[in-house]
Write a protein that binds this ligand. Structure first.
Ligand SMILES: NC(=O)c1ccc[n+]([C@@H]2O[C@H](COP(=O)([O-])OP(=O)(O)OC[C@H]3O[C@@H](n4cnc5c(N)ncnc54)[C@H](OP(=O)(O)O)[C@@H]3O)[C@@H](O)[C@H]2O)c1
Length: 307
């Protein structure tokens, strides 16, 4: 792992999550000399201990409910990954907008003079453009209902706050992370292991650019370093395109359960990013998809690997 950010104070929000935890953990390795704070509600037992064991100072914090964050420690960089996702976002759109948009704006205001602020947006904030890669200037859309809408709102609020306070910001549109801690490919792995069919959008092949943990840590840190005012907006994904059909077939071979598929008109449309701008600004990813998927299976189903 090559991390260039050293001797800095960094706040990672959502630090107990799939994206936030590996980033906080790797920034906190002692040889880098960073002081890393990890904020979340820490709602899962053991989260605070997991952060402390990684050298991250755990802060129990709910980003819903207002407040100006004056009590949070002064830092040089903020990686803002905390978000209302899944059921929390879909059952209450006002809650999703509070956590994912308004609170993000207040956090930029709190850290107006920081050296870099990353806002985690999503590839699901694009409208479907048919089977072609999604570019940063493509129009917004609601792939996942109020969650996507709240992230589009979050981008607007954060952009306003960046311009208002002169804060350097990078907005990363995240496309399908995966690794030992999970992600959409790990959810599909579970379907395959259970023998359940994997839903496919009718526009086959369903192309994605999944990004493995080692790469998203490196590109996440890079995103902090390139932040600018007005914000840099960039897709954040693996460099390689692979279809869901191809990677699920490979996962099925790894675990000894052949993948089955079902075309489903209600399946999510494929999120296929254009990586041109990402390669210019953040660089390329390094872990080939087959190696990443093998490592994910080794971490999550070591008993099945090669069975
Ligand atoms: N992983 C992906 O493929 C992907 C794709 C697109 C976008 N993203 C974006 O990337 C970011 C991280 O996602 P993730 O996959 O790591 O999700 P995750 O694993 O569900 O983690 C979310 C984190 O946010 C915290 N959190 C949730 N609600 C909170 C609240 N009200 N106050 C404070 N903390 C709260 C959670 O901890 P507690 O529950 O303990 O508070 C957890 O630490 C999110 O902004 C998400 O929208 C991820």
């Amino acid at each position: 792992m090559t991390i260039t950010l050293r001797d800095a104070r960094i706040l990672v929000t959502g630090a107990a999550g799939r994206v936030g935890f590996p980033i906080a953990r790797d920034l906190a390795v002692p040889e880098l000399g960073n002081v890393v704070y990890g904020a979340a509600r820490l709602s899962t037992p053991g989260d605070a201990d997991r952060l402390r064991a990684a050298g991250v100072q755990a802060i129990r914090r709910d980003f819903a409910g207002g407040g100006d964050f004056a009590d949070l420690p002064d830092v040089d960089y903020v990686f803002h990954a905390a978000a209302a996702l899944g059921v929390a976002a879909s059952r209450d759109w006002q809650y999703a907008f509070e956590v994912n948009a308004q609170s993000a704006g207040r956090l930029v205001e709190r850290y107006a003079r920081c050296r870099g602020f990353v806002y985690c947006s999503t590839g699901s904030a694009y409208a479907y453009q048919g089977p072609r890669p999604l570019r940063e200037d493509d129009p917004p859309g609601a792939h996942i209902g109020s969650y996507s809408l709240s992230k589009i709102a979050g981008e607007a609020v954060v952009t306003f706050a960046s311009r208002r306070f002169g804060t350097p910001v990078t907005i990363i549109r995240i496309f399908s992370t995966y690794g030992p801690t999970g992600g959409a490919p790990a959810d599909r792995l579970e379907l395959i292991v259970r023998g359940a069919p994997v839903p496919l959008h009718p526009d086959t092949p369903n192309r994605y650019n999944p990004i493995y943990e080692d790469d998203y840590v490196r590109l996440g840190v890079r995103a902090l370093e390139v932040a600018a005012c007005p914000p840099v907006v960039v897709n954040w994904s693996g460099s390689e395109t692979v279809s869901l059909e191809e990677y699920c077939t490979y996962l099925g071979e790894l675990v000894g359960h052949p993948a089955r598929f079902v075309i489903d008109a209600s399946a999510y449309w494929p999120l296929w990013p254009d990586t041109t701008k990402m390669h210019e600004i953040l660089g390329r990813t390094r872990v080939p998809w087959r190696e990443g998927f093998r490592r994910m299976v080794a971490a999550r189903h070591p008993d099945l690997l090669g069975s």
